[in-house]
Design a protein. Structure first.
Length: 123
């Protein structure tokens, strides 16, 4: 979604300039890219630990709710960067926004994951 939004911003013009040239827009994209990369690295690290047989349930739960939170933020930013057209029912961005809501429930509700981590932390 981020890559497609970047492509959209390169072509969408406002005041005779691509939206991608606006500093605030670039900063939102960079924030999203950084968050996605951190989440990706965390998941890759867990996959490596799993392969070595050392992954912990606590870490899997942390990844589940934290990666979902990152996805929410990135998708919301992308939706906003598409402006009003991003909210139209026939726009792919709107569909992704609606569909991503299942992430917090699928594989275990984020709240349940947080409660499991809290128990590992003896809270």
């Amino acid at each position: 979604m981020l890559e497609q939004t970047i492509e959209y911003l390169r072509h969408r013009r406002i005041y005779e300039h691509p939206l991608s040239e606006m500093q605030a827009v670039r900063h939102r994209i960079v924030e999203s890219a950084a968050e996605l990369e951190m989440a990706r690295r965390f998941v890759y690290s867990l996959a490596e630990s799993y392969r070595e047989g050392t992954v912990l349930t606590k870490e899997i739960c942390m990844a589940k709710f934290s990666v979902v939170d990152v996805v929410y933020r990135v998708v919301e930013r992308c939706l906003q960067l598409h402006g009003g057209s991003g909210f139209l029912d026939d726009n792919w961005v709107s569909r992704v926004y609606r569909d991503m809501r299942v992430l917090s429930v699928g594989g275990g509700a984020s709240e349940m994951m947080k409660d499991l981590v809290a128990s590992y932390l003896r809270l």
